[in-house]
Design a binder for this molecule. Structure first.
Ligand SMILES: [Fe+2]
Length: 437
């Protein structure tokens, strides 16, 4: 039964949804218990959520534990080589089954009463089976709670809603842009080591929005990077490029263009050649013009590719980071941040890309510090009492015409500095929160 409080929140959400269409978004959404609870119930329980990169669990028995919303999930490579995801909870009395974040195990044994499962989730061992249960317990009825999984180009996603559309439909053409991060060279990508992982007093949505293509903040928040020569762009040209989004689905990417940045600059020549050969002609046309590509797969998975100069003033090496914003409370999240490298790249390039990633976007990375300093302050303000009726403007690019000559899919507008992707992101968020997805 819906309470009166729920009904008024639903009314308010309808108002928020209308406001997004008109170019405003409520500040309180970035730090609010009711909205956080609703995100758990209506968004993370229904959307396709990122679990792991296949290269994190290459061998049978390899596993990681991750989250979908507040559900802890074991993601494991089974003895047959496929990937299985199961709720990390013993079916007997609900104890956490696997207490490690990563490892290798063919089986998991509960530390409470000893029920034992294959890493595929099948219950195979029950102490005192005969004496205790006297034939009444059917093992096949008490396997782990299974999670639906699907993958794209090495990304493994899970979905708690059995009726949700396929992952392919959910991504809805955004794969065109994801390939720039995931299909460099001919053999796809892999993670370079385990993720950096930390807790931040920041709402997950602020990060999801920023990485959906916030080219606006870069020359200000990361000004030092321009001034010292670590980042080959300039404040005067930084707005150039495109904002691309998949209408109605929430995914968006900012494609920054610098007039003097060479096509596929920042990659070794042999890798650049393999990229040109493996991408479609439309992808080559788009990617060759892009210096920085920063995008969010709705709701909380992002990618960034940008050049970073290990020696200030030099042209810089291009790296890719993938990041997941796991919400753990209103205005609080756990961050996972990986460096992705092309599988077939030289070890020298992989190490150099990892160095650039670490200096810019690792846990203590300089860009990372710039961002979280701002994001924690936004989050703190959003939770204060005076903010209840304050909206923010999302009106940049309200009148932007679609760039009809652009060969990539989705709604594509210029310039790169634009709010179009964010209105699309928040519209999708609001659709889930009002229960209309
Ligand atoms: Fe930033």
């Amino acid at each position: 039964m819906t309470s009166s409080v729920d009904r008024s929140l639903d009314d308010e959400l309808q108002g928020i949804r209308q406001g997004i269409r008109e170019g405003r978004f409520p500040a309180r959404a970035f730090n609010d218990q009711q909205i956080y609870d609703l995100e758990q119930d209506r968004l993370f329980s229904r959307a396709w959520c990122f679990l792991a990169h296949e290269s994190e669990i290459p061998a049978p028995g390899d596993y990681v534990t991750r989250y979908i919303g507040n559900n802890n999930i074991i993601v494991a490579r089974t003895e047959h080589g496929d990937i299985s995801a199961n709720l990390n909870m013993c079916r007997h009395r609900g104890n956490m089954l696997c207490k490690s974040e990563m490892g290798n195990a063919s089986h998991f044994r509960c530390s409470y009463h000893g029920w034992t499962y294959k890493n595929s989730g099948e219950l195979i061992g029950v102490p005192y089976m005969k004496e205790g249960y006297e034939g009444r317990l059917k093992r096949k009825e008490w396997g782990l709670v299974n999670v639906r999984v699907d993958s794209y180009a090495g990304l493994v996603f899970g979905c708690l809603d059995p009726d949700a559309p396929s992952l392919e439909e959910y991504l809805g053409g955004f794969q065109f842009y994801l390939d720039f991060y995931l299909k460099q060279g001919g053999e796809g990508s892999e993670v370079h080591g385990p993720p950096d992982h930390w807790v931040a007093e920041t709402d997950w949505k602020i990060c999801a929005e920023n990485f959906a293509g916030d080219g606006y903040h870069t020359p200000v928040a990361h000004q030092w990077g321009f001034n010292l020569g670590y980042f080959p762009s300039s404040g005067s040209t930084h707005s150039q490029g495109w904002a691309a989004s998949i209408p109605g689905l929430g995914h968006g990417i900012g494609l920054g263009h610098s007039p003097n940045f060479p096509p596929f600059g920042g990659f070794p020549d042999d890798l650049a050649e393999r990229m040109k050969a493996s991408f479609t002609p439309e992808q080559v046309e788009v990617f060759s013009q892009v210096r920085t590509a920063v995008g969010t797969v709705f709701p909380n998975l992002s990618f960034l590719m940008q050049p970073f100069s290990l020696v200030p003033g030099e042209s810089g090496v291009r790296f890719v980071t993938m990041r997941l914003y796991h919400p753990v409370g209103p205005g609080r999240m756990e961050m996972y941040s990986w460096c992705l490298v092309p599988k077939d790249a030289s070890q020298e390039y992989k190490d150099e890309a990892y160095r650039a990633y670490t200096l810019a976007f690792g846990q203590a990375g300089t860009f990372e510090q710039d961002d979280f300093e701002n994001w924690t302050k936004v989050t703190r303000a959003a939770g204060s009492t005076m903010v209840k009726n304050v909206d923010f403007p999302y009106i940049m690019g309200m009148e932007s015409e679609r760039d009809k000559d652009f060969p990539g899919p989705g709604h594509v507008v210029r310039p790169y500095v634009n709010d179009t992707n964010f209105r699309n992101l928040w519209s999708r968020w609001a659709d889930y929160l009002v229960g209309e997805v």
